[in-house]
Design a protein around this ligand. Structure first.
Ligand SMILES: [Zn+2]
Length: 225
């Protein structure tokens, strides 16, 4: 790959990181920053009405190498972003998963890349001292980023009103039907199972922290997508 490819990628990363002021943020603020970064990335890398976004630029750049590896090499996870394997920051994507899911994983991991250097500072307020909850919230932010890059609000709404079919709209955006159903549910365009009240009804009073349960359920839903 040429230096230009590496330089171009470093420039994109710098532009997206610049949207995230280097100080601790609340989860709500981080969500806003995440959506801004997603929309900026689309602005930089796509035409405004591109539904099936081409991710070759991310897959093939060399600034943060992307390795598509067999599932067993990353413990069955969908993806991994780390500098602990080669000494430099790299992305690993589970090549045994369907391509639609690998696209989501690639962008999810790219969000970890964006936050990597300043993660301790940026995320220091998350989880209210609960490490597990903090980790779940960081994963939710990465899912939010991937969802907004692949399925921008206005394009999804327009396609949904034209097609009115989850599989059909998912195919247009080259995402899994599960990811599209989650996105449409969050936009209030389709109903989604009302999990929280049911959990509350079953378990109220027996759990110390229902917020954590809710986060885990949300994350499980998102990860399943
Ligand atoms: Zn992750």
């Amino acid at each position: 790959m040429t230096n230009e490819t590496t330089g171009g990628m470093n420039q994109i990363i710098a532009q997206l990181r610049a949207l995230s002021p280097k100080r601790p943020h609340t989860y709500g603020m981080l969500l806003q920053v995440t959506r801004l970064q997603a929309s900026k990335l689309r602005q930089l890398r796509t035409t405004s009405d591109e539904l099936d976004i081409n991710l070759a630029w991310l897959l093939n750049q060399r600034a943060v190498p992307v390795n598509r590896v067999p599932s067993y090499q990353i413990g069955g996870e969908s993806g991994l972003t780390t500098d602990a394997i080669s000494g430099r920051l790299e992305i690993y994507v589970n090549a045994n998963e369907p391509l639609v899911r690998q696209r989501f994983t690639l962008l999810h991991e790219f969000k970890h890349v964006l936050d990597f250097e300043d993660a301790d500072l940026l995320h220091s307020q998350l989880g209210s001292g609960n490490e597990k909850r903090r980790a779940v919230q960081i994963e939710r932010l990465a899912n939010e980023f991937a969802a907004h890059v692949l399925m921008p609000t206005m394009l999804v709404k327009r396609a949904w009103f034209a097609v009115q079919d989850i599989d059909g709209v998912a195919a247009l955006f080259n995402v899994s039907p599960e990811a599209m159903a989650t996105r449409l549910g969050k936009l209030g365009l389709v109903g989604k199972p009302d999990i929280e009240p049911r959990m509350y009804f079953r378990r109220v009073g027996t759990l110390p922290d229902l917020g954590t349960v809710r986060d885990e359920l949300d994350c499980a839903t998102a990860v399943a997508a």
